[in-house]
Write a protein of this length. Structure first.
Length: 300
């Protein structure tokens, strides 16, 4: 069961404070947040004259939290504003996050459901966003390809109306040898639908294993996701590259379950940390952009 934390939000200023730990020079090398002597606070909804400060804070968002998950290159890419998520924070209402995908979203390979990446992601976000109540809705289906997830997405969004979708995608499509162009078109079409419906989204690309890394088609699907995320301007967690880096450092077996395919507890912890950093960056990016006009009330 996903952890639920009820937080009382004090009355007063309407700004939502984001505690961004480890925003020091050490973050450039991926230093542990726990070892950072001080943090920096950036607030959502501040006045325009503070844009320079927030731009500086945005550049310093670390790509990971712990030394166990330290990687050389940023584990996420893109500067996509998560406007709907930001609005939920400003309105001080529970933040609904829909985690959709396949077995990595289910948490296959973890020692317990509480060790799965969506549960850890919920905890990470609540640790970074003061006063936030993050409600993680987990909709993972083992073995599912993107076509199935895309169909479920529309139904889930109509039912749940999430503020953010975190879509773990591509692993099963690559393993099933699905056509690259068909996969690319499906991804673009679904992201376009999400954008038209003003739903924020973060993508997480495929799993890494030494065996799959040597498969040209598998790597091509990873590349397709990177290209689509770039052209469609959505945040992308580069799980494949990050896990490949960690595998070089400590061996892939340290990140994988006994089946040699799915992540173990450490792998899921790192996956959640990377996703949390991408989401925080997206919130800050939204805070740097002009606010969208609120819709006018209907004439009675």
């Amino acid at each position: 069961m996903v952890r639920r934390v009820a937080r009382a939000v004090a009355a007063g200023a309407c700004a939502i404070a984001l505690t961004l730990t480890a925003l020091t020079l050490a973050t450039a090398t991926g230093a542990s947040a726990q070892s950072s002597p001080a943090g920096v606070q950036a607030e959502i909804g501040k006045a325009p004259w503070q844009a320079e400060y927030q731009a500086s804070a945005l550049k310093q968002v670390p790509t990971q939290l712990s030394s166990d998950c330290r990687v050389k290159e940023p584990a996420f890419v893109g500067k996509a504003p998560l406007k709907r998520l930001r609005r939920a924070l400003i309105e001080r209402r529970p933040v609904k996050v829909l985690a959709i995908g396949s077995s990595s979203t289910v948490g296959i390979g973890a020692s317990s459901p509480l060790m799965a990446y969506p549960v850890r992601l919920e905890s990470n976000l609540e640790a970074f966003i003061k006063g936030a109540d993050v409600q993680m809705i987990i909709r993972g289906v083992g073995g599912e390809v993107a076509t199935g997830a895309a169909e479920r997405l529309k139904l889930e969004i109509a039912d749940i109306r999430p503020d953010l979708v975190v879509w773990q995608v591509g692993t099963n499509d690559a393993m099933a040898r699905l056509d690259e162009d068909d996969f690319s078109e499906l991804l673009r079409t679904t992201l376009s639908w999400l954008r038209k419906n003003k739903v924020d989204v973060v993508l997480i690309d495929p799993q890494y294993t030494d065996r799959l890394a040597g498969d040209d088609h598998y790597r091509s699907i990873v590349k397709v996701i990177d290209e689509v995320a770039s052209t469609e301007k959505v945040l992308l967690v580069r799980r494949f590259d990050a896990m490949a880096d960690l595998a070089r450092q400590r061996g892939a077996s340290q990140l994988l379950a006994s089946d040699g395919l799915h992540l173990n507890d450490l792998g899921y912890r790192c996956m959640a940390e990377y996703a949390a950093r991408a989401i925080v960056a997206g919130i800050l990016q939204a805070d740097l952009e002009p606010a969208e006009p609120q819709p006018k009330a209907a004439v009675q």
